[in-house]
Unconditional design. Structure first.
Length: 416
């Protein structure tokens, strides 16, 4: 893509009411646009990152055999009344509306009830189990505080998956598989070493739920971690009983601020019983399905990456989710021969399938480099009078700042 065609422009400063570093950075670089507190639009650059994060998650979900679908944002009151979660007293983040034709609708803050209810149409026998589905869907939550930029949205993208099993053994297999898939996702996004499977509250059937917490100064949670042992405990369940249960001493744990990037729940048979989702076993008896629910905060993750890998000068994306593979910066100025050379290199990259952002704008070199820093593509290629004279392209690995002149004949191989 030619940068001269990109309608977004970088900005010197973020809106004054934006206090979160992640959103300040992403707004300045043109990844997101702030619509209102907690509500952000994803612009071309931001959408590319969003799609790439989704793709990493999708690959790991597909590898588990989970099947992708997409549910609706408008939900029936009756479904949530059935499990006693329609009331604002029970769920304090509901957005609700009314149909002109009459009747209440809820705007999706979660899809546990609608998915469970829908599966009643497809699960009837033990032969239909186990199975697992997932989606990327917009969740709408009337969050009281929305000061963490895209890390706490009133509208945000979640990957939510749901497993259905006949019994505990099959359930446990899926639950463990999901746990490992989540850790693979976080590793691929470059935050594997800082993300912990965490004991947290909220277990409906079990004593704990498992959260995935990433060490992050801007996070809203506090956890106690032991890196060697790979143990993490959310402060909300940090007490003598938990320590005893997990066989750790408080003095072996370090207190850190964290962001919850995922959360998984084992519902046992309770949720399906409430919803009325049952299967017939070999004897024909009707039994509630064993359910699990698994969330990843897709847009929150992008915020966490911005917090962890961003500086005041800009972003540095992990390669796995960078909006482009390479940022080609032309320092041709108004020189036609140099422009032709830079265009030729751009075409060469394109022909070889290298997804490239090409800074072909007629602006000062300093401005180009500042923008490249802000946008944060980890590989930068420069074409200038000097590189053209050497029949080379300057390749900079922004991860470590190392720069090298690479002969054109080796460029594609090197970039790959
Ligand atoms: P939190 O404790 O942060 O409010 P939650 O426990 O309500 O989150 P879940 O319902 O478990 O969240 O949702 C699954 C995942 O979705 C969370 O682990 C988090 O990563 C993400 N998430 C939750 N709320 C938001 C939000 N308001 N904005 C962005 N991501 C969110
Ligand atoms: Mg949670």
């Amino acid at each position: 893509m030619r940068q001269s065609h990109l309608f977004t422009k970088t900005q010197k400063s973020a809106p004054k009411d934006e206090v979160a570093k992640n959103a300040q950075l992403l707004i300045r670089a043109g990844f997101v646009h702030k619509e209102m507190a907690g509500v952000y639009a994803y612009l071309p650059l931001g959408l590319r990152v969003l799609d790439r994060v989704k793709q990493v998650v999708r690959e790991e979900m597909d590898a588990l055999g989970s099947q992708e679908l997409i549910m609706t944002s408008l939900q029936r009151k009756e479904l949530w009344a059935r499990t006693d979660r329609w009331s604002d007293k029970k769920v304090d983040i509901w957005f609700k509306s009314e149909l002109k034709a009459g009747g209440d609708v809820g705007l999706a803050w979660s899809h546990e009830e609608p998915i469970g209810d829908m599966m009643r149409a497809y699960i009837s026998s033990y032969k239909d189990l186990p199975t697992c589905v997932y989606q990327f869907q917009t969740k709408l939550r009337n969050e009281m505080r929305a000061k963490s930029g895209i890390m706490r949205g009133r509208e945000f993208v979640m990957k939510d998956a749901y497993s259905f099993a006949a019994g505990e053994e099959d359930h446990d297999k899926m639950y463990e598989g999901m746990k490992q898939a989540y850790m693979k996702v976080f590793k691929r996004l470059g935050i594997g070493d800082d993300t912990f499977v965490t004991f947290a509250s909220g277990g409906a059937f079990t004593q704990f739920s498992h959260e995935f917490q990433t060490v992050c100064e801007a996070g809203e949670d506090v956890c106690y971690i032991n890196r060697e042992k790979g143990i993490a405990i959310n402060q909300e369940v940090m007490n003598d009983d938990t320590l005893k249960e997990l066989k750790v001493k408080k003095s072996d744990l370090e207190e850190v601020k964290t962001a919850e990037v995922g959360n998984i729940f084992n519902f046992g048979r309770q949720k399906a019983e409430d919803i009325g989702l049952t299967y017939k076993d070999e004897t024909g008896a009707s039994i509630p399905v064993w359910m699990g629910s698994y969330g990843i905060g897709v847009t929150r993750l992008i915020g966490v990456l911005a917090e962890k890998f961003g500086t005041s000068d800009g972003m540095l994306w992990p390669r796995s989710v960078s909006p482009f593979q390479a940022h080609l910066v032309s320092l041709a100025g108004g020189n036609r021969d140099l422009i032709a050379e830079a265009d030729r290199i751009y075409d060469l990259l394109k022909e070889n399938g290298i997804d490239t952002l090409y800074d072909d704008r007629d602006v000062r070199a300093g401005e180009k480099f500042a923008d490249a820093d802000l946008i944060g593509i980890p590989m930068r290629l420069v074409v200038s009078e000097k590189t053209v004279a050497a029949g080379s392209v300057e390749v900079t690995n922004r991860d470590n700042g190392a720069s090298q002149l690479i002969p054109e004949s080796q460029l594609i191989e090197r970039v790959r």
